[in-house]
Every structure is written in C-alpha cells, then in structure tokens.
Write a protein that binds this ligand. Structure first.
Ligand SMILES: Nc1ncnc2c1ncn2[C@@H]1O[C@H](COP(=O)(O)OP(=O)(O)OP(=O)(O)O)[C@@H](O)[C@H]1O
Ligand SMILES: [Mg+2]
Length: 244
C-alpha cells in the first residue's frame, strides 16, 4: 500500500484551477521530488496534503485512510509534517525551544507540561532532533541569530520533532550556499531512512541526486512522472521546464 495517494485532487481559487485531477502515489521508502515552473501548484499541493487548504474535489488517502479536509492539527497528529517555502520558526525562542514546542504538541498537548517525566521525555526528543539536524551546539542560541542555512535546517528539525511518517519539504535549499545545500542533502538522505519524503526543489542538481522518482507539475496537472534519468530525457518536460 502506498503511504500517500491522491485521487483526482483538484483545487480552484476563483477561476484559477491551481490543481486539476492530480493522481499521485508515493511508496513508504521513497524520496519523491515534485518539480515544475513557478505557479505550477507545488506549494498548493503541499497545502492540500497538510490541511492548510481544503481541496475543491478529490481525495487524499494516508496509509489508506481518507484524510481529505481534516484540519492541519489532525493531519499533523496522523503523521504528515512539512517545512515552509518561507522559514516559519519562532525567532525569539532558542533553537531548543523551537524543537521542544513542536515535540510537545505532538506528544502530550499543552496540559502535560506540569508532569516532569513527560517534560524530560520531550527534552530528550528535542535534543535527539537537534543532533540529527546538526544544531546541538546551537541549542541555547536564539533562532533569530542562526544563519539562514541553520534556520532552514531548524525548520526541518521542527517538522521532525512531530515524529512524522511523511515529511513535505518546500524548497529546503532555497537561499543556501553550495556548502549548506550539500549539508542539507546529506541531512535529507539521513532522515529518509526512517520516513517518506516529498521535496519541492528548483535546484535540479539536488533533485536529480536525491530523488528516487520525480513528479512534474505544470499548470496544476501532472505532466510527467519517472526516474531522474527518464525525466531528464522527457521531451514534454524539456519543453516546459528543464530547457528554460
Ligand atoms: N491561497 C491562494 N489564493 C489564490 N491563489 C493562490 C493561492 N495559493 C496559490 N495560488 C495560486 O495558485 C497557483 C499555484 O501556486 P503555488 O504557490 O502552488 O505554485 P508553486 O508551484 O509552489 O510555485 P513556486 O515555484 O513559485 O513556489 C499560482 O497561480 C498562485 O498564484
Ligand atoms: Mg511554491
């Protein structure tokens, strides 16, 4: 069974069909890239999967369960997390607090804060996540003081702290130096051992190196799907996207 499947997923904004009839499936052990020109519907697709937007029609199945139209909190509880195209951290909290708050929302809700053992459990989880995203030495630094690349990785850490089965990354390397991009690719590979990853990315080198398969969106429709080698040679994809 695929971990995620969409059936005829569509969303309209007034007269604009941002997604039309998207049939999509991803396997549990996959890193899947979603590419396409600006405005193709990539972020909108993530917004539908994560309950930020309600699709106009169609269904979203997660582990076979229909999650279409559930709130983003419910979907997070079920195990889908995402990072945003624009960084979404709490700048005036420390690195550790940012991750701790996310871990807490997943595990116990807010009321459990008073229980010391639960709190210790959450701190241990947050610390493990900081290790995974290589930010342990920045735990007590205010998030605002981290470099851009560190902030983007912190955002991945915040998503991981909710213990997802499926992680949606929206342009995780945007604005990064080539060294930071390289580190983030290593990070994505590392975390992909334990969860399914959907990654929206404009950097084709990153896409071709990371993804097992690629889905190309164009005007809200799936234009092509295949391995990196297949996509690089697909005439339709070259025409609308890779050539430009
Ligand atoms: N909340 C919204 N209300 C109205 N229109 C929207 C909304 N969100 C997205 N759109 C429109 O839907 C289309 C798809 O946008 P989306 O952000 O999904 O594109 P994208 O593929 O992520 O592009 P980019 O590569 O630039 O991030 C665009 O035409 C956009 O203007
Ligand atoms: Mg986008």
């Amino acid at each position: 069974m695929p971990v995620l499947r969409t059936e005829d997923l569509s969303i309209r904004f007034g007269g604009l069909a941002a997604l039309s009839g998207v049939n999509f499936e991803v396997r549990r052990d996959e890193i899947r890239a979603i590419i396409g020109p600006n405005g193709a519907g990539k972020s909108t697709f993530f917004n539908c999967l994560t309950g930020v937007l309600r699709p106009t029609s169609g269904r979203i199945l997660f582990n076979g369960e229909d999650i279409t139209g559930l709130s983003s909190d419910r979907i997070s509880q079920k195990g889908i997390a995402r990072s945003y195209q624009i960084t979404n951290i709490l700048p005036n909290a420390t690195t550790l607090e940012n991750v701790r708050i996310a871990a807490q929302s997943r595990r116990h809700g807010w009321s459990m804060l008073t229980h010391y053992s639960a709190y210790r459990d959450i701190i241990a989880k947050a610390d493990a996540v900081l290790g995974l995203v290589s930010l342990r030495d920045k735990a007590d630094e205010l998030a605002a003081n981290l470099s851009h690349g560190e902030q983007r990785n912190l955002e991945i850490g915040i998503a991981l702290a909710t213990e997802p089965q499926l992680l949606c990354l929206d342009e995780p390397t945007a604005g990064m130096s080539s060294a930071e991009t390289h580190d983030t690719m290593q990070l994505v590979r590392r975390i992909a051992r334990n969860l399914t990853i959907l990654i929206v990315e404009h950097d084709m080198q990153v896409v071709m190196e990371l993804a097992h398969r690629i889905t190309v969106l164009h005007y809200g429709e799936v234009l092509a799907e295949g391995t990196p080698a297949e996509i690089q040679q697909n005439p339709k994809v070259l025409e609308v996207y890779l050539k430009t």
